[in-house]
Design a binder for this molecule. Structure first.
Ligand code: AHR
Length: 520
């Protein structure tokens, strides 16, 4: 086909689409932001991270030990920590996950060479040196300037063990445990912002019923003692997916002593744990099913929030999505227990869709922790010996930094088309707006359609918009990703648009893209 033939055919096709009310020149989507009715603050900890003793997530990925040739500060890699600081990590959850319910904190204190070597039974059966323990974790958090979330062991631990750990970390007295902490090099108490009693009590945390767990939770919480100004906020282990029974029982029986109830949901392309789908080299069918499955979290949150609104109308108890993200088949040739997976443009779109949903529930969703920070599942960073790369998910987090502690603003989307595939549909555009701490109005947009650019008219009643400025993240292929040979294949690019002579501003958002702009 020569060029001329193509153009004529194309023009005819376009005319047909116009005549048929098709998409080529469809009316733009209109996003209207109501700045007169500010909503709840989007807690910065909605952008929290999860670091478990799993695969190379901590060892190698972040912690290489003080004697490593890889430049480090007290064992923590300077390159990785630098990139995470740049991303403004507000909070880190540690040491698990399933690992937490077999972790005994005394194994991870004192001289490192004398710490016991254990077997990581959950994740690959590899040796756990315990080189990273309580002091190392708080060093990491302090280097990052992040809040801390310590997950206690209810599975193989006890109320006494958790009580003593909290005393070890927080006591400013001369008690034997506080003195032991001092002997191990830390005079002042650590700042423990959050402490969870167990993890996934319905599964790897002990296969408990909500009844049994709630009783153990109340018993344990009673004995978590700390100086009043240093007492961590306490988190209960809740349910997953569409199960609201945990939320119901805990919020009915223990709301006074609970900061929030944890909830887990993973996005799996096929929806089946046995064969999840690949991280790269997937087709449009899995692009669509992944986005469609990730959007289900909205209805899961809504169902749980309904229960909370009934049991806790004062909105005291938070709904904390402390594990979420994509979970694919592991990369070929890697240890199946290490959950190592590549990360593509699809993951960035998944992240942004989830952020926009979390913002919509900012009054209850006060924390989320993506699984996991480095080299595990939907990671921010991948490492290979001394090399590291930033994933598309890292870039999405970086673009959304202005939303941390911003005040959410209600918005409406008019004429939002559906992106349809094989008889199913999801909304084409997802949007979120907030007034950030710098006083500026920020707008985030996602185009879920991999085949079609979109036009979004921005309307802020009472405000004459001059321009928008920010960044866009997109790429030629749905599975574009960074590699150690080409680490900058996908990264954000500057984006701006100006209002027309009529004072109206329209953003042209490319297909399969995330945009975050300041509206000026
Ligand atoms: O993030 C990996 C695992 O997924 C966690 O250890 C567990 O809590 C969940 O099942």
């Amino acid at each position: 086909m020569n060029h001329r033939t193509y153009n004529i055919k194309n023009a005819v096709a376009t005319l047909c689409l116009i005549a048929a009310g098709g998409y080529a020149y469809a009316a733009p989507v209109t996003v209207t932001i109501d700045t007169s009715k500010p909503g709840p603050v989007i807690n910065k900890n909605v952008y929290g991270q999860f670091a478990e003793h799993l695969g190379t997530g901590i060892y190698e990925g972040m912690y290489v030990g003080p004697k490593s040739k890889i430049p480090n500060t007290r064992g923590w890699r300077n390159d990785v920590i630098g990139a995470l600081k740049e991303m403004h990590v507000p909070l880190v959850r540690w040491p698990g996950g399933c690992f937490a319910d077999e972790y005994h904190w005394r194994d991870g204190i004192g001289a490192r060479e004398k710490r016991p070597v254990k077997v990581n039974t959950n994740w690959g059966g590899v040796e756990e040196s315990n080189a990273v323990g309580t002091h190392e974790f708080f060093d990491l958090a302090e280097q990052l300037g992040a809040d801390t979330y310590v997950n206690g062991n209810l599975g193989t631990g006890s109320a006494q063990e958790m009580s003593e750990w909290v005393e070890y970390m927080t006591s400013d007295s001369k008690s034997t445990l506080a003195e032991l902490r001092r002997k191990n090099g830390r005079d002042k108490p650590f700042k423990v912002d959050f402490f969870a009693i167990g993890n996934e009590a319905w599964g790897c945390g002990g296969n408990m019923t909500p009844r049994y767990y709630t009783d153990l939770y109340k018993q344990t919480e009673t004995f978590l003692r700390a100086p009043k100004h240093l007492r961590p906020q306490i988190i209960a282990s809740g349910g997953n997916d569409y199960d609201t029974t945990w939320t119901d029982m805990i919020s009915r029986e223990a709301k006074k002593q609970t900061y929030g109830i944890s909830f887990h949901y993973y996005t799996i392309p096929t929806g089946k744990w046995e064969v999840k789908g690949a991280a790269t080299g997937f087709n449009e069918s899995e692009w669509f099913s992944t986005l469609s499955n990730t959007l289900k979290i909205d209805s899961m949150i809504k169902k749980n929030v309904e229960v909370l609104d009934r049991n806790d109308p004062e909105k005291k108890v938070g709904f904390l999505v402390d594990e979420w993200g994509t979970w694919y088949d592991v990369e070929k040739g890697t240890n199946a227990g290490f959950l190592y997976q590549q990360n593509t443009l699809r993951d960035a779109v998944v992240a942004a869709l989830n952020f926009n949903i979390f913002h919509d529930h900012a009054d209850r969703v006060k924390m989320t922790n993506i699984a996991q920070m480095v080299n595990v599942l939907q990671a921010m960073i991948l490492t290979d010996k001394d090399k590291m790369l930033l994933t598309p998910t890292y870039h999405a987090y970086h673009m959304y930094v202005p939303f941390q502690d911003a005040t959410s603003l209600p918005l409406t989307l008019k004429d939002n088309p559906q992106y349809s595939y094989n008889g199913s549909s999801i909304p084409e555009i997802s949007a979120s707006a907030a007034r950030a701490k710098d006083g500026k109005l920020y707008l985030a947009l996602v185009n879920t359609n991999p085949n079609k650019d979109a036009e979004v008219a921005v309307d802020v009643p009472g405000v004459s918009i001059k321009s928008v400025k920010g960044r866009v993240l997109t790429a030629p292929a749905i599975d574009t990703h960074n590699t150690f040979q080409a680490p900058d294949t996908i990264k954000p690019a500057p984006f701006s648009a100006n209002a027309g002579a009529d004072g109206k501003l329209t953003i042209k958002i490319p297909s399969k893209a995330v945009i975050v702009v300041a509206v000026e």
